[in-house]
Design a protein around this ligand. Structure first.
Ligand SMILES: CC(C)(COP(=O)(O)OP(=O)(O)OC[C@H]1O[C@@H](n2cnc3c(N)ncnc32)[C@H](O)[C@@H]1OP(=O)(O)O)[C@@H](O)C(=O)NCCC(=O)NCCS
Length: 184
């Protein structure tokens, strides 16, 4: 279903070093005027060389940490990973176009297996986020979840199941609080 991308190439490793030793710490893009803008541009420049696929324009916030799983991340056009995001697991993360993400979002594409007494092995499932989705601050998204186009995920939600298109979900576990109605 997904094209496999080589995990570590010399080029990708070089850009991981630049990212984790320098680019990750640069200022928030929306502060410090031209310096903030340059920080944002530089982080994007580095991530473009780490991620599997990206749109022409996208954003990665300060302190966003995706381990060494950048080869599993696809960023749509104008998709954003929020400040302090934490992305972990061996599954793919596919972000559609025009995605807004608040701070401290956690996305896990993998669980430890819990069918035995120990935790040997893992369950890996991709996470897919549709177009025009707004993910609030401190949201946690678990393995295998698909979030439909235009959905809104309320702050602090834990998303354990798929979110329908146009839905506003909130809570732990996240449930539909209502569907979006468009006035314009
Ligand atoms: C989801 C959200 C957009 C809904 O806003 P809204 O339409 O004004 O919602 P309301 O305040 O009318 O709330 C409707 C119901 O959902 C509940 N609710 C709203 N947001 C919730 C949340 N994040 N978690 C749990 N319940 C929530 C309300 O308590 C209310 O419940 P009630 O009907 O039992 O009283 C908003 O609450 C939210 O979470 N925004 C995210 C903000 C954010 O993270 N910004 C980061 C910067 S990008």
């Amino acid at each position: 279903m997904f094209d496999k991308v080589k995990r570590h190439t010399p080029k990708r490793l070089l850009f991981y070093i630049i990212y984790y030793f320098f680019a990750i710490k640069l200022s928030y893009g929306d502060r410090w005027g031209v310096f903030g803008r340059l920080s944002h541009e530089f982080r994007t420049f580095v991530c473009r060389r780490i991620f599997k696929k990206t749109g022409k324009i996208f954003g990665v916030g300060k302190n966003a940490d995706f381990g060494f799983g950048g080869h599993l991340i696809t960023m749509g056009e104008c998709a954003n990973i929020g400040n302090h995001a934490w992305i972990r697991g061996n599954g793919e993360l596919i972000l559609g176009d025009h995605i807004m993400m608040g701070e401290y979002v956690m996305i896990y594409t993998q669980d430890h297996k819990i069918s035995g007494k120990g935790y040997d092995g893992s369950v890996v499932r991709p996470v897919k986020i549709g177009n025009h989705v707004w993910i609030g601050g401190r949201v946690t998204i678990l393995k295998g979840v698909t979030i439909g186009d235009n959905a809104v995920v309320g702050a602090g939600s834990v998303v354990t199941k798929d979110v329908p298109k146009d839905a506003i979900v909130a809570g732990n576990p996240a449930k539909v609080i209502r569907m979006r109605e468009y006035s314009v």
